[in-house]
Ligand binder design. Sequence first.
Ligand SMILES: [Zn+2]
Length: 257
Amino acid sequence: MINSSINKLFKQSRLAEYSSILDFALSNGYLLTSLADWYENQFYPGRKVIVLRHDVDFIPEGAYKMFLIEKDRNIKSTYYFRWSTANEKIVKSISSAGFEVSLHYETLATYCKKYKIYQAGLVTEEVLRDCRSVLFKEVKDFEARFGKIRTLSSHGELWNMKVGIPNHILIDTGFYKETGIYFETYDQNVLSKFDKYISDSSIKTNHEWKYGITPMEAINSQIKCICLLTHPNHWDYGLIQNIKMLLISLTIRLQNI
Ligand SMILES: [Zn+2]
């Protein structure tokens, strides 16, 4: 436990590795873009595409650094911010450069935490209805601050795991109609359009790629349509960020006792 905390404290930035993935994709003729742009161009038929999704779970400065790397290469991506990471200046800078920004919502988890709901059986239709209207308001609040939301992404909070229900249970066709949102990132209709979905998150270690293939391998195999999900806090390491992350992990642990 102490050893692993010390190791975490001295983790080095992986942003150069991220840059090299992008460069490798570009040199292989891939189009790198946001989820909304990919959808608006109805999935870019005939092109090799990597849809870049970032879930900004903890420290927004890492997202800003990844954004600068992408902007330098004249590519686009999507950044999903939780309310706790939606730093006004950062979100607006990313959005005004033509990138997609949106909400990484955790509405059901927040509700369950507030009302001490620990079991799936207590998440009634009424609870879901209440949460849907809260989420609708969250969408409107985010839009008032940062512009129209085109796609939405559910955050996996510890409380979701406790209860065993993800936040995206709140999304239905009525919600799409009411908000004009194209899709939610866990929508099977959309996920099925990807030939490969790759994520940097791993339960064991942040340095493993989830779903059996690395981005480099996927690019090498010339896979046509790839969704690459990254979490900036798995890339932007440095002493200050590492100390912040250790404090955040400690706080989360205490809140979930
Ligand atoms: Zn998340």
